[in-house]
Design a protein around this ligand. Structure first.
Ligand code: DGL
Length: 271
């Protein structure tokens, strides 16, 4: 019997579902295995060493499903672990930073691009490097928004509290001539409406989800690994923390019920 090899997608929590949604839309025949490390989220304030260790553990877990590709749908993990994971597995590994940077460079007219992300991502300078490599004269304005991920993990997308936090964190970016703002954390597209309200309609919000899904498609096409069957794939989701809130957010975001298995780590590393 032919067994379809899945695409493995991982994140610190529900954020990678923004990439999952786009992969489902662009590549509806592909089977997805998703891991959200909700017991140890957020990754943003953690040290690079810790994020690297966690990412390796999740990849080791996902490898048992014989994926044809790994997608690190977490900017914080992409910034510190992409090169390492590529050297450890024999399948393609895709991150979310270069696709987001490419999308912004393709869109900006003023040449001033804003980037918001976790402390880890902003400190790493990964977006700045990727943007400057693509376009050496681009002006990059970066801001860490550590309060966003906990709100998203609680499913708190549109409350007054969320609006105040978003305003406090990014309203000052409007003083720059930026016309694109990269949502440099896969959790942030959940807050798109609120962020857009704060920065105004003249600033395009760039989520790396579309561009990442396109990159996945190109790689699978080039490697002749695109799924060819006509059956609707059955996706599988795993999370290391509270399955109820994960299920609820996934249902709300993806518009369908999901098959979710809670995973209890052998050695819990919650600090
Ligand atoms: N969604 C992740 C990212 O893109 C991680 C957020 C976090 O856990 O702090 O960076």
């Amino acid at each position: 019997m032919f067994v379809q090899q899945p695409i493995a997608i991982l994140d610190s929590g529900v954020g990678g579902l923004t990439v999952v949604k786009e992969v489902m839309r662009q590549l509806p025949r592909e089977k997805i295995i998703y891991f959200g490390d909700t017991a140890r989220t957020p990754y943003g304030p953690r040290s690079p060493e810790e994020v690297l260790t966690f990412t390796r553990e999740i990849v080791d877990y996902l490898i048992q499903f014989h994926p044809k590709m790994i997608v690190i749908a977490c900017n914080t993990a992409t910034a510190v672990a992409l090169t390492d994971i590529r050297s450890r597995v024999a399948i393609p590994v895709v991150g979310v930073i270069n696709p987001g940077a490419r999308a912004a460079i393709g869109k900006t007219i003023t040449g001033c691009v804003g980037v918001i992300g976790t402390e880890g991502t902003i400190k790493s300078g990964a977006y700045e490097n990727a943007l400057l490599e693509l376009s050496p004269h681009v002006q990059v304005i970066s801001e860490a928004c550590p309060k966003f991920v906990p709100l998203v993990e609680q499913g708190n997308f549109r409350s007054n509290e969320t609006y105040s936090v978003v305003r406090e964190s990014i309203a000052h970016l409007k003083q720059y001539p930026m016309d694109c703002l990269i949502l440099g954390c896969t959790h942030y597209p959940f807050l798109t409406d609120t962020i857009s309200e704060v920065v105004g309609p003249e600033v395009s919000l760039i989520s790396s989800a579309d561009e990442t899904a396109r990159e996945i498609s190109t790689i699978l096409h080039d490697k002749r690994k695109l799924a060819r069957n006509d059956q609707v794939p059955v996706h599988q989701f795993f999370c290391s923390g509270d399955p109820h809130i994960f299920k609820q957010i996934a249902h709300q975001w993806l518009g369908e019920q999901i098959d979710l298995t809670p995973v209890v780590w052998q050695v819990p590393r919650i600090s």
